[in-house]
Design a protein around this ligand. Structure first.
Ligand code: ADP
Ligand code: MG
Length: 235
C-alpha cells in the first residue's frame, strides 16, 4: 500500500519582490516498509521536501496523500495529530534536553499522545531497547557519546510507534565510525518493518537505503534502487 503519494507538488517561497521555486512538479510514491534516501546538493530542495512530507509545511500546489488521505484539506490541528502520532523525526543536532535522563528524554513525546500514562515508561524502555541503549536509562546526555545521543534521539522518534521515521542528516555531526553505528541502528529498524526516509548528502550514508531519490534545482532527476552493498563494507 502506498503510504505517501505526492502528485504535482510545487513549493514557491515569496519574498519582497522575489520568488524562489524550491520544488517543481514532484511526483513521489513511498510504500510502507520502504527505506528511502533523498540526496542532492545544497539548495536543491531537500529540506523543503522533508518539511512537506513531514507535514510541517504545505505545498503551494499539488496533492499529498498520507495513508490515502488527502492532507491538503486538513486543518492545522489534524496535521498536528498525524505528526505527533504517526511520524517520528530525527535531526542532525540531537535536540535532547541536557539535564534530563535518557529515559525521560524518550518519554517526552508521549506527554502529547493519547497513550495512558501508565504505559509511558514501558514504551520508552522498549524504544531504547530497539537502539540497544537499555544500559543507559539513567544517564544524562553529557555522559553519552555522540553516537549514543543520536540513538537516544532515534528512540525518542520511535516511542509513539510511528508509521514513518524521517532522519535529516542524522550522521552530520558524527565521525564516520559512530555515524556507521547510527546507520546500522536505522538499518535494523528497517529490517523490523519500519518505514524510513533519510536525507543526506553523503553517498555512503544514502546507500544504507534500498532506494535513492536525487534532487536537483527542485526537481527529481533520478529515482532508482540503491546499489547492493555487501554488509561487510557497511561496518
Ligand atoms: P536543501 O535542504 O537541499 O539545501 P532547501 O530546501 O533548504 O534546500 O532550499 C531550496 C531552495 O529554497 C533554496 O534556493 C532556498 O534558498 C530556498 N528556500 C528554502 N526555504 C526558504 C524560505 N523559508 N524562504 C525563502 N526561500 C527559501
Ligand atoms: Mg537542507
Amino acid at each position: 500500500m502506498a503510504l505517501i503519494e505526492l502528485r504535482d507538488i510545487q513549493k514557491v517561497f515569496y519574498g519582497e519582490g522575489t520568488e524562489t521555486i524550491a520544488l517543481r512538479n514532484i511526483q513521489l510514491t513511498v510504500d510502507k516498509g520502504e527505506f528511502l534516501s533523498i540526496m542532492g546538493p545544497s539548495g536543491s530542495g531537500k529540506s523543503t521536501l522533508l518539511h512537506i512530507l513531514g507535514l510541517l509545511d504545505r505545498p503551494t500546489s499539488g496533492t499529498y496523500r498520507f495513508e490515502e488521505q488527502d492532507t491538503t484539506t486538513f486543518s492545522e490541528e489534524q496535521l498536528a495529530v498525524i505528526r505527533n502520532e504517526h511520524i517520528g523525526f530525527v535531526f542532525q543536532a540531537f535536540h535532547l534536553l541536557p539535564r534530563t535522563t535518557v529515559l525521560e528524554n524518550v518519554m517526552l513525546p508521549l506527554a502529547y499522545s493519547r497513550r495512558p500514562k501508565r504505559e509511558h515508561r514501558a514504551l520508552a524502555e522498549r524504544a531504547l531497547k530497539q537502539v540497544e541503549l537499555s544500559h543507559r536509562l539513567k544517564h544524562v546526555p553529557s555522559q553519552l557519546s555522540g553516537g549514543e545521543k543520536q540513538r537516544v534521539a532515534i528512540a525518542r522518534a520511535l516511542v509513539n510507534e510511528p508509521t514513518l521515521v524521517f532522519a535529516d542528516e542524522p550522521t552530520g555531526n558524527l565521525d564516520s565510525k559512530t555515524g556507521a553505528a547510527v546507520m546500522t541502528a536505522l538499518d535494523t529498524l528497517h529490517q523490523q518493518g519500519q518505514t524510513i526516509i533519510l536525507i543526506t548528502h553523503e553517498t555512503s550514508t544514502a546507500e544504507y537505503a534500498e532506494r535513492i531519490v536525487q534532487l536537483k534545482d527542485g526537481l527529481i532527476v533520478s529515482d532508482a534502487p540503491a546499489p547492493k552493498t555487501p554488509e561487510l563494507y557497511k561496518k
